[in-house]
Design a protein around this ligand. Structure first.
Ligand SMILES: Cc1cc2nc3c(=O)[nH]c(=O)nc-3n(C[C@H](O)[C@H](O)[C@H](O)COP(=O)(O)OP(=O)(O)OC[C@H]3O[C@@H](n4cnc5c(N)ncnc54)[C@H](O)[C@@H]3O)c2cc1C
Length: 564
């Protein structure tokens, strides 16, 4: 989008990339068609037209209207309209953009992203060693083969996402440095109006027919750190991994990492060796799965020069089948699964007592994600004496470090609080529906992606136990199918609504705390929507069920209501 206020005197300049179809439908405006003045690309046309009043230009199904509030001048507020607006350019938002372009090529769309570049989670987290904890054959998209080792660094994931953007020319649809603060639905206008602030602090207004929330589930600007007594007295440095200072010098330093999840398990081996010593301080242990960071099947197929597309699909199936086996084992024979996981650790650390004390959780496997420790690197760091584990509770911070409830003191130069996220359900966007502020907790999930009383909106919330992206891809298909279904029906509004037969249905938390209970979800259950006890109101977190159900979900079962 280009803006000219000076030489054209109250003109709006819109870069439409390819003006086909747009130009011919622009009635009633004085218009000039010219080559793009900045990019020097003759195929890239810029339409210039005069607006005297707030106008809306309808380009048919691929509507790309531009509205000006009053007579525009340089820096004037401008409203752009898109069929679909995607919030967030993380793995979900980029996947959504791909699916939309692929399956609904007539729809105009934009992706708005707070950060200055794509990647979401993988750009926000820059701590040493940052890597995935699920394999990239399933965390990668269905449509783009992964060709490296299964567990990947953030840089490798960003490279992969960058290729998806480049190969599919998605960049033209993404606006970085656009932070959305409010979303207002108007039933009269049958559209959302969103306010965003750009890097310069200017307010921008967007309208869209359908809102695709790909904003993730936690606040990117700040991680979760509990308040401990005496924190201000500590004379060293306290760091949360989510806001890692790039200039943090930890060479030779005594480091205490508070936490026992995937982040701690990633950080500790990455710091060990360079740091003086790294201590993992945990309240309670976590299940870890060691194992080499290779996929032998993929390597064999590659050696046979099998096409990467095939390898991707075959290895996905293999990984999913193994994941399913582990999940079943977790519920049917948890003791056997525990033994299997401990065996991997015992191969590296020959100390049964240590494993019993620090690596034997009190909960059943799979209530929280089993953290992957590729090539057992955390345990090798412990075996080498560069790192150690302490299971205890914090009494308070002291100038020297941490006083534990047991009476012991852990001395530290640096304390890293790998204590998790702040749940951020709707991207800190204030939602209003027809003048009523939205209470998201009062809504009931439709298949874990749409919500009762919220029109034309879908949210991508991926899997906990399987890779997030498996669900992001499936919701991509679902949203595109729904948009096409609405076009076929000639409707412009869809809103999930409990049917008379659903009114007595019990309403349960978004996730069952007995089934899955990480801290950030438990802390935020009252912010999350509810689920029902029967379809289509359940949020099952069950890939195997959803891969069958979602593609054939009856869009006319009465749970989705449509308006013209
Ligand atoms: C360190 C770490 C490792 C992980 N590893 C795995 C793994 O291996 N496998 C797995 O399945 N899951 C993993 N997860 C979970 C992971 O967050 C998701 O899998 C996935 O990356 C989420 O992608 P997303 O695009 O939905 O959300 P995010 O990655 O959170 O991206 C959301 C984007 O939306 C933008 N945004 C939010 N609000 C607004 C707003 N108001 N306006 C504009 N833009 C906004 C954000 O800036 C961000 O870029 C991991 C999480 C972390 C933190």
């Amino acid at each position: 989008m280009l803006w000219s206020g000076g030489s054209f005197d109250h003109y709006c300049v819109r870069d439409v990339g390819n003006a086909n179809g747009c130009q011919s439908r622009m009635h009633g405006h004085e218009e000039i068609v010219t080559n793009h003045p900045l990019e020097g690309n003759p195929s890239c046309l810029v339409l210039v037209w005069r607006f005297l009043l707030t106008q809306r230009v309808d380009f048919g199904s691929g509507e790309c209207a531009v509205r000006l509030a009053g007579i525009p001048s340089q820096g004037a507020i401008m409203t752009e309209h898109f069929d679909v607006l995607i919030v967030g350019a993380g793995i979900s938002g980029i996947g959504g953009a791909y699916h939309l372009q692929d399956q609904c090529p007539d729809k105009s769309f934009v992706v708005l992203e707070t950060q200055s570049d794509f990647g979401g989670t993988w750009r926000t987290h820059t701590y040493p060693g940052i890597r995935s904890d699920s394999d990239l054959y399933t965390f990668g998209y269905r449509f783009k083969p992964w060709t490296d080792a299964p567990i990947a660094s953030a840089d490798e994931i960003l490279r992969y996402m960058g290729e998806v953007i480049e190969e599919n020319e998605l960049d033209q649809h993404i606006r970085y440095n656009h932070s959305i603060s409010s979303a207002v639905w108007s039933s009269e206008d049958k559209q959302w109006t969103l306010q965003a602030t750009d890097a310069a602090g200017d307010e921008k207004t967007f309208t869209c027919s359908f809102l695709w929330m790909c904003q993730g589930y936690y606040r990117h600007s700040k991680g979760y750190t509990p308040e401990w007594e005496g924190m201000d007295d500590f004379s060293g440095t306290i760091v949360h991994p989510q806001t890692w200072p790039n200039d943090l010098d930890y060479a030779g330093k005594n480091i205490v990492v508070i936490g026992s999840g995937a982040t701690a398990a990633t950080l500790i081996p990455a710091l060990a060796g360079q740091a003086g010593h790294v201590t993992m301080l945990q309240r309670s242990p976590t299940y870890f799965s060691t194992g080499r960071n290779v996929n032998e099947l993929a390597d064999t197929l590659r050696a046979l020069e099998i096409d990467e597309t095939w390898i991707h699909e075959i290895v996905r199936r293999q990984t999913l089948a193994e994941g399913d086996m582990i999940t079943k084992m977790a519920f049917e024979d948890p003791e056997a699964l525990k033994e299997m996981l401990f065996e991997g650790i015992k191969e590296i650390i020959d100390d049964e007592e240590l494993i019993k004390e620090h690596f034997t959780p009190h909960y059943l496997p799979w209530r929280q994600r089993i953290a992957k420790v590729p090539d057992g690197d955390l345990f090798h760091a412990i075996a080498r004496g560069e790192a150690s584990a302490v299971t205890d509770h914090i009494e308070r911070f002291t100038p020297e470090g941490i006083l534990l409830k047991s009476g012991k003191t852990l001395e530290a130069d640096i304390i890293i609080t790998a204590t998790g996220f702040n749940l951020n359900v709707l991207g800190d966007i204030e939602f209003t529906i027809d003048d009523e502020p939205l209470d998201f907790h009062e809504t009931v999930s439709y298949r874990g992606t749409m919500f009762t009383g919220i029109p034309n909106m879908a949210w991508v919330f991926g899997y906990f136990r399987a890779s997030w992206t498996l669900r992001a891809d499936m919701i991509g298909d679902f949203v595109c199918r729904l948009l096409k279904h609405m076009d076929d029906k000639g409707t412009s509004v869809v809103v999930p609504k409990l049917r008379p037969e659903d009114n007595d249905m019990a309403q349960l938390p978004w996730v069952d705390p007995e089934n899955f209970n990480p801290g950030y979800i438990m802390r935020g259950l009252d912010l999350l929507p509810k689920q029902g006890t029967k379809d289509p109101w359940r949020h099952t977190q069950d890939y195997w069920n959803e891969r069958k159900e979602l593609p054939i979900a009856d869009l006319d079962d009465g749970a989705l209501t449509y308006l013209p």
